[in-house]
Design a protein around this ligand. Structure first.
Ligand SMILES: Nc1ncnc2c1ncn2[C@@H]1O[C@H](COP(=O)(O)OP(=O)(O)OP(=O)(O)O)[C@@H](O)[C@H]1O
Ligand SMILES: [Mg+2]
Length: 369
C-alpha cells in the first residue's frame, strides 16, 4: 500500500519528534496521534521492556488510555496487526494496531523503528537519571560523614589532647618552680622553661588545627563572625588586601547552612590563595529577606570556566563540584563569574529555610565574564 507524500512526511516528522519526547508516555501518545492522522485507528497497544526486567504496556483508543507494568511478558493479542521492534528478539517489545487496514499497517511498519528508538532513548535517560541520583546521594552521605569525622577529631584534639597538654604545661611549671625554690639547678630550670614554651606552642597549633577542622565560633557567634575571623587570618598571613563586609539584617542561621557556607568560603579563599595570584580579596555576607548570600571576589588572573567541565558537560573539578553540591543540597544557587585576566567572583545563595526549599532552586549557569 502506497502512502501519500504528506503522510510519509508526517511519519518522518514523527521520527524527529519521538527523539525529543520528555517521557515514554509522550512517545506513545505521539505515535497514536500520528497514526490517527494517517487513517482511522481503533486502538494502539505498545509493549516495551525497560531495564531488561519490567515490561510496560500502553493501551490507547479513542476513549481511553491505560498503562500497566509487569515483570512478565505481555503476550500480543490476535486482534489487530502486531509489529515487533526487533524480529530476532520479540520480547523487546512491539506495537499492535487495529483495524487491519492496509494504510494503517504500512504506517505502523514505517513508524515502529522510530517508536523503538524513542523508547530506547527514554530508558537510557532513565538509567542515567537513576545513576546521577545515586551518585548525588552517595556524595551527600560522604560529605556528611566527612563533617562528622572532622567534628569528632576537632573535639578530641581540643578537649582531649588540648587538655592533656595544658596539664603537662602546668606540671612543667610546677617542676620549674620547685627547682627554682631549691636553688642551684639553673640548667634544669632552663630545660623545664624551654619544654614549657614548646608545649605552649604545641597547644596553639592543636587549637588552630581543631579550629580549622571545625570552627566552634560558627556555633557561638555565627557565620559572619567565623568568616570575619577567617579573613583576618588570611589578611595577616597572605599579604593580600582582604576585606570582609556584612550587610543586611544579620540573623542566626540553621547550623547546616552556616557550616556549608563556611566550608564553601574556605574553599573559595583557598582557591584564591592557590590559583589567583591576586592582590585583593573581598568577601561579602549579605542577609536578605529570605536568603543569605556569600560572595568571594578576587582581582587575580581569572580562568576559563569551561575548563571545569568534561566533553559531556560534567563538572570535573572537585573543589567547585563540592561547593555546588553543598549549596544545591540546601536548595540554594551557586554561580561563578570569571575570565582570563579579569578576576573571579564566586557567589553562593542559600534560602534561610533550607529544608523546605531543598532541591527546588536550580544552580545558575557558570558565566564567562
Ligand atoms: N580564584 C581563582 N583564580 C584563578 N583560578 C581559579 C580560581 N579558583 C579556581 N581556579 C581554577 O579553577 C580550577 C578548579 O578549582 P577547584 O577548586 O575546583 O579545584 P582545585 O583547586 O584545582 O583542586 P581542589 O579544590 O580539589 O583541591 C583550579 O585548578 C584553577 O585552575
Ligand atoms: Mg580548590
Amino acid at each position: 500500500m502506497q502512502l501519500s507524500e504528506s503522510k510519509i512526511s508526517r511519519i518522518f516528522e514523527f521520527g524527529r519528534s519521538a527523539a525529543k519526547a520528555q517521557s515514554p508516555d509522550e512517545v506513545v501518545k505521539r505515535t497514536f496521534e500520528t497514526l490517527k492522522e494517517i487513517g482511522r485507528v481503533d486502538s494502539l497497544r505498545v509493549v516495551y521492556l525497560f531495564d531488561h526486567s519490567v515490561w510496560q504496556e500502553w493501551r490507547m483508543s479513542g476513549k481511553r488510555t491505560s498503562t500497566s507494568q509487569s515483570d512478565t511478558w505481555f503476550e500480543p493479542e490476535k486482534k489487530g496487526t502486531t509489529i515487533y521492534f526487533d524480529s530476532s528478539n520479540t520480547q523487546i517489545g512491539y506495537l499492535t494496531v487495529s483495524p487491519k487496514a492496509a494504510s494503517l499497517v504500512t504506517a505502523a511498519n514505517m513508524l515502529s523503528p522510530a517508536v523503538w528508538n524513542g523508547l530506547l532513548l527514554q530508558s537510557a535517560l532513565r538509567r542515567v537519571q537513576r545513576a546521577a541520583k545515586l551518585e548525588t546521594g552517595m556524595v551527600r552521605a560522604a560529605l556528611r560523614a566527612r563533617e562528622e569525622e572532622r567534628l569528632r577529631i576537632a573535639r578530641e584534639l581540643h578537649d582531649d589532647v588540648g587538655q592533656s597538654m595544658a596539664s603537662l604545661k602546668l606540671s612543667l611549671k610546677w617542676a620549674e618552680d620547685v627547682a627554682r625554690g631549691r636553688g642551684g639547678l639553673q640548667d634544669v630550670i632552663d630545660e623545664l622553661a624551654g619544654s614549657r614554651e614548646a608545649v605552649a606552642l604545641m597547644i596553639g597549633k592543636v587549637r588552630d588545627l581543631s579550629h580549622t577542622l571545625y570552627p566552634k565560633i560558627l556555633d557561638t557567634l555565627g557565620l559572619s563572625a567565623a568568616v570575619k575571623e577567617l579573613t583576618l587570618q588570611i589578611g595577616n598571613s597572605s599579604g593580600m588586601e582582604v576585606t570582609c563586609n556584612v550587610t543586611g539584617r544579620e540573623r542566626p542561621l540553621q547550623r547546616e547552612i552556616g557550616l556549608a557556607l563556611y566550608r564553601c568560603c574556605q574553599e573559595s579563599i583557598n582557591n584564591v590563595l592557590r590559583h589567583a595570584n591576586a592582590s585583593r580579596l573581598s568577601i561579602e555576607v549579605h542577609y536578605g529577606d529570605r536568603e543569605v548570600r556569600l560572595t568571594v571576589e578576587d582581582n587575580g588572573r581569572g580562568f576559563n570556566p569551561r575548563a571545569l567541565y568534561d566533553s559531556s558537560g560534567k563538572m570535573m573539578s572537585s573543589g567547585f563540584w563540592t561547593i555546588r553540591q553543598r549549596i544545591s543540597d540546601l536548595g540554594g544557587a551557586f554561580s561563578l563569574s570569571t575570565a582570563g585576566g579579569q578576576g573571579t567572583v564566586v557567589e553562593m545563595i542559600v534560602p534561610f529555610s533550607a529544608r523546605e526549599n531543598n532541591g527546588r532552586r536550580k544552580n545558575k549557569n557558570t558565566n564567562s565574564r
